[in-house]
Design a protein around this ligand. Structure first.
Ligand SMILES: [Zn+2]
Length: 195
């Protein structure tokens, strides 16, 4: 399940087809923060060019996914704690001055990013300005004087991954439009098309 999620979400997020990937999983290593997927590029295969988001490195996107899935599978079968938004705001009040207005399926994406950024942020100067869903993906705007570049790249990777992770449950998903509203959902949470 974990490896399948890494392949499916990872290939989609760097705009590759699953049958023609430029990366492969070599192992899964246990750690205190959850099972860590180890991956490497496949020799001779390059990730495709990405005209829309050229500045994002495929390796940075995949590494953000590794952290997300480690957090998601840390206790075995993923279960979303219903009070996760309260935990974020009470545990990291500087980074989260308000509760995120997003679905429970993105808890691991946001919490793993928060843990990572809190290690980067040695000055404790990061503060979320905006964290919401828009057009089906996460929009996370963090202000940081000291670590602007790291924050910008990481939140851009997280925003990208959110377009391939179900906002309701965290399974691999895709953006679906219903009556003008876009949401990223898995096949279980997809709403049947209305004709
Ligand atoms: Zn779902």
């Amino acid at each position: 399940m974990l490896i399948d999620e890494f392949y499916r979400i990872g290939a989609d997020a760097i705009h590759e087809h699953d049958f023609n990937r430029s990366f492969t999983v070599t192992s899964v290593v246990p750690s205190w923060s959850g099972p860590v997927v180890q991956w490497k590029p496949i020799k001779g295969k390059r990730p495709p060019g990405d005209p829309e988001f050229d500045r994002l490195r495929p390796a940075a996107i995949l590494d953000a996914l590794v952290r997300t899935l480690a957090h998601r599978w840390v206790h075995g079968r993923p279960l979303c704690p219903l009070d996760w938004k309260e935990r974020l705001t009470s545990g990291m009040p500087q980074l989260f001055p308000f509760e995120p207005e997003v679905g429970n399926g993105w808890v691991w994406l946001i919490a793993a990013a928060a843990n990572h950024l809190s290690v980067v942020d040695t000055c404790n100067d990061m503060r979320t300005h905006d964290l919401k869903q828009k057009y089906g993906t996460l929009r996370w705007d963090i202000a940081s004087m000291e670590f602007y570049q790291q924050v910008d790249e990481y939140t851009s990777c997280v925003d990208r991954l959110s377009g391939y992770i179900c906002e309701d449950c965290g399974d691999p998903g895709a953006i679906q439009s219903l009556n003008g509203w876009d949401r990223c959902v898995c096949s279980r949470h997809a709403v049947p098309s209305i004709r």
